[in-house]
Design a protein around this ligand. Structure first.
Ligand code: PMP
Length: 398
């Protein structure tokens, strides 16, 4: 059966982890990851999560199946975070939300549903984008193309290029947009630019698909939702995939959601019935634990405050690492201006280091980054930041 099976290409980032794990140097640093580490270099278990888990353990609830779409307490809490608790869309019953297996699972359910809805559409992702965007939509059966996004000259967004491309797409094209904390570049749109993207989607009849994997990692829960809020106010229909992997540090629990904004309550009921068919034939219904923990935290004011404080702590620590890295590079005598790293948002930065410099960081210093020059700021801490800055200074000056 398997004799002719070829080896699939290795995932570039997971491959990096394997090489890092095999490296015996004690001062090695892995900046290639997409995970938040605390100042001790550990993945945090949030106190709010611990409290909710303790209560759950004590209650020892039975483990029956969840509804296909997940628990209402979870889905409602997700809607409030994304659309705002006073959202007219929620009050009108226009939003369909289903619990998904992380942000990845939300994108896949959304992709599979879109394929049934509009099989001939092309999906457009940013250039560059999170590696898995292309793979997920291709595996759903779509042709995937790109729109211009990153401008290496300004280290920001090539907004003119992006807008021009959106303005020429065929009606019904699906446009995947990073709602905040763009992965991999760290370059986000301004509120005014989001307004223009909304109007471009309206003018061309595009299908916006917002991917929100880092709500709360840039400026805060509410400000980071600006793109979702502008689309909400537009009267357009759109998709949102969201994830608690980072914001709750619940990576392995696979907690995310897909939300679809429809025209009215009746449409929402019909759309939900179709999305449930997609889920039923894939994994039938979502796992219980992660969603129950997130719902417990979001729905209890005390735990929610605890979580918001912890999330702010993660956000502030990343920002401190951005500032610290830029200052250390300057102190190390690097002529090149790295201040753009402070402007970028979320966990990642496109550092403008070349593939050769990234290779040198690995071979000479045991510092691992993605060959595109993407580094994860959340992997820096007070102990390794000086070493990393010196190493970057060394390869940048060479
Ligand atoms: N979208 C983007 C842009 C991401 O960076 C990630 C996580 N790396 C995801 C989606 C998926 O998140 P999850 O781990 O929850 O599946």
């Amino acid at each position: 059966i398997f004799a002719a099976v070829e080896m699939a290409p290795r995932d570039p980032i997971l491959g990096l982890n394997e090489a890092f794990n095999a490296d015996t140097r004690t001062d090695k640093v892995n900046l290639g990851v997409g995970v938040y580490y605390d100042d001790n270099g550990k993945i945090p278990l949030l106190a709010a999560v611990k409290a909710a888990e303790k209560a759950r353990l004590e209650a020892m609830p039975p483990r029956g199946y969840q509804p296909i779409e997940g628990a209402p307490s979870y889905n409602n809490a997700v809607q409030n975070l994304l659309f705002g608790k006073d959202s007219a869309l929620i009050a009108n019953g226009q939003v369909v939300t289903i619990q998904a297996l992380g942000g990845t699972g939300a994108l896949k359910v959304g992709g599979d549903y879109l394929k049934r809805l509009n099989p001939a559409a092309t999906v457009y992702i940013s250039d560059p984008s999170w590696e898995n965007h292309r793979a997920i939509f291709e595996s759903a059966g779509f042709a995937v193309d790109t729109y211009p996004y990153y401008d290496p000259a300004t280290r920001g967004v090539n907004f003119a290029g992006m807008k021009a491309k959106l303005g020429e797409l065929a009606a019904g094209s699906v446009v995947v947009l990073h709602a905040c904390c763009h992965n991999p570049t760290g370059a986000d749109l301004t509120e005014a630019q989001w307004g223009e993207v909304v109007e471009a989607c309206r003018a061309r009849g595009l299908v916006p698909f917002l991917d929100m994997a880092y709500q709360g990692f840039a400026d805060g829960i509410e400000p980071d939702a600006v793109a979702v809020r502008l689309f909400s106010a537009s009267g357009l229909q759109f998709f949102v995939s969201s994830s608690f992997s980072k914001s709750f540090s619940l990576y392995g629990e696979r907690v995310g959601a897909l939300s679809i904004v429809t025209a009215d309550k009746d449409e929402a009921a019909r759309v939900l019935s179709q999305v449930k068919r997609v889920i039923r034939t894939n994994y039938s219904n979502p796992p219980t634990h992660g969603g129950a923990v997130v719902a417990a935290v979001l729905n209890a004011p005390e735990l929610r405050q605890m979580w918001e404080d912890e999330l702010a702590g993660m956000r502030d620590r990343i920002r401190a690492m951005r500032v610290g890295l830029v200052e250390s590079l300057k102190a190390a005598g690097v002529a090149q201006d790295f201040s753009f790293v402070i402007e970028q948002r979320g966990m990642f930065s496109y550092t403008a280091l070349s593939a050769a410099q990234v290779e040198q960081l690995k071979s000479e210093f045991g510092i691992y980054a993605v060959s595109t020059g993407r580094i994860c700021l959340a992997a820096l801490n007070s102990r390794n930041i000086g070493y990393v800055a010196k190493a970057i200074a060394s390869v940048a000056k060479a």
